[in-house]
Design a protein around this ligand. Structure first.
Ligand code: AMP
Length: 418
């Protein structure tokens, strides 16, 4: 029969990778906890309306990448900011005092063209801080995202920062930008032509050299921002200087979601190919209101776990070794199997990581497997041992053998390690 395969752009996370992910997730959780961010989990799917209203109809995600079903009523979440804000509003988290600092690690779904570092199901971790428009939280958020990556000894990173102001500040700029770009309409790609009408800001994001050249003389968004926005930005930058966070400002950095306002940032890595962004984030001061909540300014970031793992692989990152089993039990013969099972479960109750042979194999094959598992001790129980109520104890690294009373070990499983 034909073998079924997983859908394109998805991953089977086998034990060898699952253990790496667990290590990274533990590390990430620890850092979030250190910064006093609390975990939030939301459903895998939401009402489609949430993403339409939150991310924006004209964005790539909403216009072509969403996994929607049941007559388009629901959508697998393509990002986490809108769901976190929905949960914040629905559960009245704003009633708790001060600022809400939340983090998540969750799977996202986007119908993109799969390639290295770009999947249709992928894991993001990220944070959202809701309730403050102070520049200090921008600094914490950017620093936090950079520190998580740096904690894994990743080099060759560059952090880019920009400010894109409020929709009001942008609207005058957008008409100037449109005027300017219209002069070059014939030199623009099809996608940029469409964006010129629907979402001209995204053209700044182009990777096409000819368009980048055209943009070099385009009006600068920064020149259209008000004093307050510029002051906020310069405070963010000097705060990052104070923390020794390296960055460069990039006035072309706009992000692929409509909700961003003011500070935006992205971290890119030379160790990734075409998909070189490892994380991105920014302020979204209007999203809470846009989703029906009492206005609250907010900022967040999201980082892709798979891209992080690609970088770690390139840097030969040494993940900590898996914990080996301590004990492997080798039963010889039917009767010994039942005694072995009893002992196996006693050891586990005592918190000792152990396993046994379940295939009635020869002693030689069992010892080979015990070796593979890195077992410290092999306990051999055969007819002769049963007769004498003992167990043969083989210490693997010393190749020594001794005997121990079955009863003694059952009563006191830690005896082996004394
Ligand atoms: P975004 O939510 O688009 O701002 O992306 C934030 C981060 O999520 C990116 O920098 C990537 O690390 C990761 N990411 C986004 N889309 C994908 C994807 N299709 N596959 C793998 N990682 C992704």
């Amino acid at each position: 029969m034909k073998i079924l395969k997983k859908p394109a752009g998805t991953l089977d996370i086998l034990p060898v990778d699952a253990i790496k992910r667990k290590f990274l997730e533990d590390r990430i959780r620890k850092i979030f906890d250190l910064y006093n961010y609390a975990e939030v989990r939301t459903p895998s799917f939401e009402k489609t309306e949430l993403f339409r209203r939150g991310i924006g109809d004209e964005t790539d995600i909403v216009s072509k990448e969403m996994y929607s079903f049941k007559n388009d009523e629901f959508t697998l979440k393509p990002e986490m900011t809108a769901p976190v804000i929905r949960a914040y509003i629905e559960n009245s988290l704003f009633n708790r005092s001060g600022i809400q600092k939340l983090y998540y690690i969750a799977n996202m779904y986007r119908h993109e063209r799969p390639q290295s570092g770009r999947y249709r199901e992928f894991t993001q971790f990220g944070a959202e801080a809701i309730g403050s428009n102070d520049y200090s939280i921008d600094i914490e958020m950017i620093a936090l995202s950079v520190k998580i990556i740096e904690s894994l000894n990743i080099k060759n990173l560059s952090t880019k920062i920009n400010t894109i102001g409020s929709p009001d500040e942008r609207s005058r700029y957008l008409s100037e930008l449109k005027n300017y770009l219209s002069k070059y309409i014939n030199d623009l790609s099809e996608i940029s032509k469409t964006r010129l009408e629907k979402n001209p800001l995204r053209i700044l994001d182009t990777k096409i050299p000819a368009e980048i050249e055209i943009l070099e003389s385009a009006p600068l968004l920064y020149d259209f921002l008000n004093k307050q926005t510029k002051e906020h930005f310069s405070n963010v930058l000097s705060g990052l200087d104070g923390l020794d966070i390296k960055y460069s400002t990039d006035y072309r950095l706009v992000r692929g979601f409509d909700y961003y306002t003011s500070t935006t940032f992205e971290v890119i890595s030379d160790d990734l190919g075409a998909q070189n962004a490892i994380l991105g984030g920014g302020r979204y001061d209007n999203l809470v209101e846009q989703l029906g909540g009492k206005p609250a300014p907010a900022i967040g970031f999201a980082c892709g776990l798979e891209r992080l793992m690609i970088i770690l692989e390139k840097n030969d990152f040494k993940y900590p070794d898996e914990e080996n089993i301590k004990v492997y039990i080798s039963p010889i013969g039917d009767k010994a199997v039942k005694e072995s099972l009893k002992l196996l479960f006693r050891l586990r109750e005592a918190g000792i990581k152990c396993d046994m042979d379940f295939l009635s194999r020869s002693l030689k094959a069992q010892l080979k497997e015990a070796n593979k598992f890195g077992a410290e001790y092999v306990l051999i129980i055969g007819p002769e041992e049963l007769e004498r109520d003992i167990i043969k104890v083989k210490k693997m690294d010393e190749s020594t053998e001794s005997e121990i009373k079955l009863n003694d070990l059952t009563n006191k499983p830690n005896l082996l390690f004394q």
